[in-house]
Design a protein around this ligand. Structure first.
Ligand SMILES: Cc1cc2nc3c(=O)[nH]c(=O)nc-3n(C[C@H](O)[C@H](O)[C@H](O)COP(=O)(O)O)c2cc1C
Length: 382
């Protein structure tokens, strides 16, 4: 388990991913929404966070193991839920679930990715977390939650930031569909990426495996959009969360929190954690970066529930910046997918190993011995 020294930075992975996969798949992964303002704000503002090193302080060892919901993970970061992963690289969710398991970090399975709950559980020996898009129909909700429970998932992640699907010009231009539509442009893109094309042919067309038992067959993009709109009712609210709290015996995390009032509601509903997230800038282009609300949300709510964060993290130093700003734990979405798109089956191990190496270096540098000590090294002078 080690990183490939030919790709020591995210830019290397992005460059290679772009060369390896068709443009419609790369743009689906890489894009934010509207003009990508929020996407860029995430990466820009997290990098403005500065740490202060303490070189002469007595220091024995920096340890990045972190306890979260009763499990000790090897590192303070995990793999965020990403939909349609198999479109970007065949078997991408399987590659990431396996790598997460081997490295003992959490893997969150999206409701709408291309691997089902049961397979995720098999690959992680029951340690995968499951992210639920809330269905409009309660019977469907209960069935999916029942499967997650039967598969041994310990953490249920409720997504709250998709009251409407993001407005994504690149996907609209590309006519993004599952499976990819065979327009002339898409066919040319696929022909230009023979490795991706052959592997996709070999593994079969990706589909929404968790949702497959409930879906009508052969939907085109428009029909799929309509089906998704009808099936997932959009706006999450307290009335929808309360019965899930009652039925789910494990931990529940609310993902997509970007303000105090939603954090407050998570506390009053008895949830166990929140992920401060703006979906990687894919939903509200006019919104905040996540590092900004993280600071005040963590300060106010860290004693009441576990405060995690994603959106904009691309490196070990970014993980350190987020932890120093008050996060108990962090997640990354695109970084892992760029790595798999670039390096295939080695992509999961590569990205995790690289992030661990970079984070360890930051810890040694600032003299931080334990993950929970990171806030001591934050430069608070704005
Ligand atoms: C291509 C793509 C698909 C995503 N699909 C989902 C999803 O199905 N469910 C979900 O909760 N979040 C989804 N997200 C959001 C991620 O879980 C995470 O919040 C985001 O990627 C974090 O930002 P980052 O990419 O800058 O790390 C998706 C993100 C991307 C980039």
């Amino acid at each position: 388990m080690s990183y490939d020294s030919r790709y020591p930075a995210i830019e290397d992975l992005i460059k290679r991913a772009k060369r390896k996969i068709p443009r419609f798949a790369f743009e689906y992964l890489d894009g934010g929404c509207n003009e990508d303002v929020n996407l860029m704000r995430n990466t820009k503002e997290i990098r403005e966070v500065q740490l202060i090193p303490q070189y002469l302080t007595k220091h024995t060892k920096s340890e990045m193991k972190t306890e979260l919901f009763g499990h000790v993970y090897d590192a303070p970061f995990g793999i965020a839920p990403v939909g349609l992963q198999g479109l970007m690289w065949p078997k991408a969710p399987e590659i990431l679930a396996q790598a997460a398991h081997e490295h003992n970090i959490p893997f969150i399975l999206s409701t709408v990715t291309t691997m089902d709950i049961e397979r995720a559980s098999e690959l992680t020996e029951g340690k995968a977390w499951f992210q639920l898009y809330h269905p409009a129909d309660n019977q469907l909700r209960d069935d999916i939650i029942g499967r997650a429970d039967a598969a041994g998932c310990s953490v249920l992640v409720l997504l709250c930031d998709v009251p409407t699907f993001g407005f994504r010009p690149r996907d609209i231009r590309n006519g993004l569909a599952m499976p990819p539509r065979m327009t002339l442009s898409n066919m040319l893109q696929i022909m230009g990426r023979p490795d991706w094309a052959l592997r996709t042919l070999f593994h079969g067309q990706p589909n929404f495996t968790t949702m497959k038992p409930y879906m009508p067959k052969g939907l085109d993009m428009k029909q799929l959009g309509r089906y998704m709109d009808q099936t997932f009712s959009g706006r999450l609210n307290e009335e929808k969360i309360a019965p899930i709290r009652d039925m789910w015996k494990g931990k529940i995390v609310l993902k997509g929190v970007a303000c105090e009032s939603d954090a407050e509601k998570a506390v009053s509903l008895g949830l166990d954690g929140i992920i401060v997230s703006n979906h990687g800038g894919r939903q509200l282009d006019a919104g905040n970066s996540t590092i900004k609300p993280l600071k005040y949300i963590a300060e106010k709510y860290r004693d009441k529930l576990t405060v995690m964060m994603d959106s904009g993290i691309r490196s070990g130093p970014d993980i350190a910046r987020s932890l120093a700003s008050g996060a108990d734990f962090t997640f990354l979405g695109r970084t892992f997918m760029y790595s798999v798109a670039a390096l295939g089956s080695r992509g999961g191990d590569h990205a995790i190993s690289l992030l661990k190496t970079q984070l360890q270096q930051v810890m040694e540098q600032v003299c931080c011995e334990r993950i929970e000590d990171f806030p001591n090294f934050l430069d608070r002078v704005e």
